[in-house]
Design a protein around this ligand. Structure first.
Ligand code: BDR
Ligand code: CA
Length: 311
């Protein structure tokens, strides 16, 4: 039985690769994709989500618009990484598949209520606004979530948008605080893991060598957003953050981490959005998240290349 998932996302080239990986993988069933404001504003993330579904040959996927801004603050975006459209790189046709009627937050609530308890996994790849808003609006649903597997935060790598904070958590720390306190099983793919998922030249060439449209798009998206991280970190490629979430659902043994307490800093102007992970277990605060620390990068790219090749 495939695992039922809802992808909550702000595409983003790496979000796009994560969506492709999910749609190419029989281990997961995508019940819907909900767009959130993040890397770029909501009208672009919801458009990009549909572009990606069409690229995967899946115009039947339900795509919703969720929240257009963080719960308490103004939106911070990341065009400096992802480009003006959020999906800069190769030219892509506008989507023809429709957006679903209704708000994405209501879709999350209704789906969790309609499906058997403990059978739906939430996969947030952007700021946690939609998930936290759903939990606030419908407190009964948290108990029904199988697991939340999210990309966000950092411990050893600290921050990428400020010295202390990772982008997804920084954009909406109040939402992240609600999610980490929800009592749901939470698995976190922080920068500590995703900075090991580097798109080195041979890995990008392997996507291109697939000779398919999807392979070419993944290679060209990567070519585009790489330039920023290579310059910033002096690394051999850019981190493919969000696909780590989907890869974990398919092949969890690629990842290792610790079940620890993670709290979100919401008050300090200096460290706002920091994920304060008790990696060394120096407090008696109760563990609330599986915080990943390492991945088998070769295995990860082998899986990704094989599955993108299926599209
Ligand atoms: C996260 O921020 C976004 O720019 C990426 O899509 C990823 O979800 C990395 O910090
Ligand atoms: Ca993202």
């Amino acid at each position: 039985m495939p695992r039922k998932i809802i992808i909550d996302t702000d595409p983003g080239q790496d979000d796009a690769v994560a969506i492709l990986l999910a749609l190419a993988s029989p281990e997961v069933e995508v019940l819907g994709v909900v767009a959130v404001a993040g890397n770029v504003p909501l009208d672009l993330t919801s458009k990009n989500a549909r572009i990606v579904c069409e690229l995967a040959g899946r115009p039947d996927i339900k795509v919703f618009e969720g929240c257009d801004r963080p719960m308490r603050h103004t939106l911070v975006t990341a065009e400096h990484v992802h480009g003006k459209t959020g999906l800069d790189g190769p030219a892509m046709p506008d989507p023809t598949m429709p957006l679903q009627d209704g708000h994405g937050v209501d879709f999350i609530i209704e789906t969790l209520r309609a499906e058997a308890p403990g059978t739906v996994t939430l996969c947030p790849l952007g700021p946690l606004t939609n998930i936290a808003t759903a939990f606030e609006k419908a407190p009964d649903i948290a108990d029904r979530v199988q697991e939340i597997v999210l990309m966000g935060g950092a411990y050893f790598q600290v921050g990428n948008i400020t010295p202390a904070a990772e982008f997804n958590i920084y954009v909406d720390p109040e939402a992240a605080d609600i999610v980490f306190k929800s009592g749901c099983p939470v698995t976190v793919m922080p920068l500590d893991v995703t900075h090991k998922a580097l798109t080195t030249a041979p890995r990008v060439e392997a996507f291109r060598a697939l000779g398919t449209e999807a392979g070419r798009m993944v290679a060209e998206w990567t070519d585009f957003f790489e330039r920023f991280d290579k310059e910033k970190y002096g690394s051999a490629g850019a981190p493919l953050h969000d696909p780590c979430v989907i890869a974990y659902l398919i092949q969890p043994d690629l990842f290792s981490g610790r079940h620890v307490n993670v709290e979100i800093e919401t008050l300090s102007s200096l460290t706002r959005g920091m994920t304060v992970a008790d990696w060394w277990r120096v407090t008696d605060r109760a563990p609330n998240a599986m915080f990943m620390g390492d991945l088998d990068a070769e295995g990860f790219f082998a899986l990704l290349t094989e599955r993108i090749g299926e599209l």
